[in-house]
Design a protein around this ligand. Structure first.
Ligand code: PEP
Ligand code: MN
Length: 451
């Protein structure tokens, strides 16, 4: 077999999901249009490269072994309108600031993975939405349809998959420029943290920790240590691999013979609603070499999770699988231990990550979907307690956040109340931590990891 043949064979292999039930797929009204878009995507340049996916896997392997931390975060749903350099940079800046603080406290490398450059598709609890007696398809993310409540906007349009590809590419371009060339030099990042520490009501509490970090950076400089990592920030991309026509169109042979990579992003995850062992999403993920995440609610049975591990990581390769638990502050202490024990006993070297957002969502009296900052912190605390008690590594966090000053989650330093939510509630889907809440959370996490 030639190299080209082997790449083709790997791509064909990655189409096996087509014979399995695929949950949460749009009802495309125009199969011919969809085919044309898929062909165009298949012929388009990849967004990321196999070697980058491999590098992320090796970084995550360090986390799986207990020697690092995964910080994964970004919008619940990216939007085409949100692809402005300012907004993308604000998100990356926030992630870099958080990573510096967390990395100092853990004395370990922080792997920074955005929910970015591809997070355009949303699973929905209901396929339709009814307003004033009128029923239309639910909004499934900018990759599928529009959020406006109208017949035309809500009809899935395959051309949107092309726009998703181009928006992801534009975002990646900003990300690569921001990460390199000294734009996110650690001393600069430290300076941005000063703004938070001196200006925000909760920031003052962290003055000491901020000063310690400054002293550590100064010490490094005095030693003449200016390793590349001081001037460059390594960011990776991730999104939920939901719309399988898109993901498989960007899947290509690469690396070694018989191996395929989903080159729409570095890491992809399978959501709580699409993780059926015999479903198309798990089948698709089993055929690609990217690092894979799996979201797990409190309803996940340990045996079900073991079956997922056997299918997705049969060789027990550290860095391949990240289990993202999102059980809710109320349940994490009761439900997480049994899961961690069984997975550990099965010899699976997974990265354990806490998503403290999705198990803590509720509707405020005024109808806004929201989350309490204190619940988010409490789930994180529970996650840490459980892993510490079991001697496993609490490897990271998965957050919905933005670099902008939105009013979507309650509490935090500015003490956002229900009446403040309408002020700047901008999310296309779930409520995100704003910039100050995200930084506040990073300092709190730092204290938890040190204490
Ligand atoms: C999400 O991450 O936005 C999401 C829908 O999560 P989950 O699959 O955990 O519900
Ligand atoms: Mn979400």
């Amino acid at each position: 077999m030639t190299v080209a043949d082997s790449h083709l064979a790997a791509e064909l292999d990655a189409e096996s999901w087509r014979s399995m039930p695929a949950a949460q797929q749009p009802d495309w009204p125009d199969p011919v249009g969809l085919r044309r878009v898929v062909d165009e995507l298949r012929a388009a340049p990849p967004l990321v490269f196999p070697s980058e996916c491999d590098r992320l896997r090796s970084r995550l392997a360090v986390v799986a072994r207990g020697g690092g931390f995964l910080l994964q975060g970004g919008d619940c749903a990216e939007t085409f309108d949100g692809v402005s350099p300012a907004q993308v940079r604000a998100k990356l800046r926030t992630l870099a600031q958080m990573a510096l603080v967390i990395g100092y406290a853990c004395a370990a490398p922080v792997v920074k993975v955005g929910r970015i450059a591809g997070q355009y598709s949303k699973p929905r609890s209901s396929p339709t939405e009814t307003r004033d007696g009128r029923t239309l398809p639910s909004y499934r993310g900018d990759s599928v349809n529009g959020p406006e409540f109208g017949e035309q906007a809500r009809t899935p349009d395959p051309e949107r998959l092309l726009r998703m590809y181009h928006s992801s590419m534009a975002t990646l371009n900003v990300l690569r420029a921001f990460g390199g060339g000294g734009r996110s030099d650690l001393r600069r990042v430290h300076g941005w943290n000063e703004e938070f520490v001196s200006a925000s009501p909760s920031g003052k509490h962290y003055q000491r920790l901020w000063e310690e970090i400054g002293a550590a950076l100064g010490f490094m400089r005095s030693l003449g240590a200016a390793p590349e990592t001081v001037g460059e920030t390594e960011f990776f991309t991730s999104h939920e691999a939901l719309v399988l026509e898109y993901e498989s169109a960007l899947t290509h042979g690469g690396g070694r013979p018989g191996e395929a990579y989903d080159l729409s992003g570095h890491m992809v995850w399978i959501g709580e609603r699409t993780r059926r062992i015999d479903g198309a999403h798990v089948e698709f993920a089993s055929r690609i070499r990217n690092p894979i995440g799996i979201k797990l609610s409190a309803a996940a049975e340990p045996d079900e999770v073991l079956a997922l591990i056997d299918k997705l990581d049969p060789h027990r390769e550290p860095g391949r699988l990240t289990l993202i638990t999102r059980m809710g502050a109320q349940r994490v202490r009761a439900e997480l231990p049994a899961l961690v024990e069984k997975v550990t006993a099965a010899g699976a070297p997974v990265v354990w990550v806490c998503d403290p957002m999705h198990g803590n969502t509720f509707e405020a009296a005024n109808g806004y979907k929201t989350r309490r900052f204190d619940d988010v912190l409490d789930e994180l605390r529970g996650f840490l307690e459980v892993h510490r008690a079991l001697g496993t590594h609490p490897g990271g966090v998965h957050l919905e956040l933005t670099g902008d000053d939105v009013t979507e989650c309650l509490g935090g330093g500015d003490d956002i109340g229900p009446d403040d939510l309408p002020e700047r509630y901008r999310t296309a889907c779930d409520p995100r931590l704003n910039r100050s809440q995200a930084l506040d959370l990073a300092f709190r996490l730092a204290e938890m990891y040190r204490g």
